[in-house]
Design a binder for this molecule. Structure first.
Ligand code: DQA
Length: 146
């Protein structure tokens, strides 16, 4: 099983960025956590981070026919990007949304998730663990389908 794991804008600034909200661990630690989780679960990860909306759309389109599932934290684009929502809908690859923080308990502009509308499940407010839960959920979902 091959999963594309997408991290959106400013997540590359983890550690430095609002550590009281996003934690003190940096982005390299998050990527290592994801790789380790995938190793333990026998999943092949393709890690992608970008600060650019179009690059994320391109990565989703390029995943068509290449990966079995997508784990996505679109970061700020969660709340603005119909383009990312449409890309997820276009490729119809099962996708799970992750947010380090609990967006449902934050500012009102974070309450809407466009990408989430194309996802089979969301994990919020669990920090790095949310990515592990997403990978496990997706793996189980895809195993049940085969
Ligand atoms: C985030 C939540 C978003 O609202 C924010 O813009 C981010 C990170 C999270 O992981 O909690 O950049 O997606």
């Amino acid at each position: 099983m091959k999963f594309l794991i997408i991290n959106g804008p400013n997540l590359n600034m983890l550690g430095l960025r609002e550590p009281d909200i996003y934690g003190k661990q940096d982005f390299a630690a998050l990527e290592e956590f994801i790789r380790e989780t995938c190793r333990a679960e026998g999943v092949e990860p393709v890690l992608f981070q970008s600060n650019h909306e179009g690059a994320i759309v391109d990565a989703i389109q390029a995943a068509y026919g290449e990966v079995d599932g997508i784990v996505i934290n679109p970061a700020a684009y969660t709340h603005t990007s119909v383009a990312i929502l449409d890309a997820l809908k276009a490729v119809r690859i099962p996708a799970v949304e992750v947010h380090l923080s609990d967006i449902s308990k934050r500012e009102s502009f974070r309450q809407i998730s466009y990408a989430g509308m194309a996802c089979i499940k969301s994990f919020v407010g669990l920090g790095f663990e949310g990515y592990r839960q997403a990978i496990l959920y997706l793996k189980e979902y895809l195993s049940d389908k085969t």
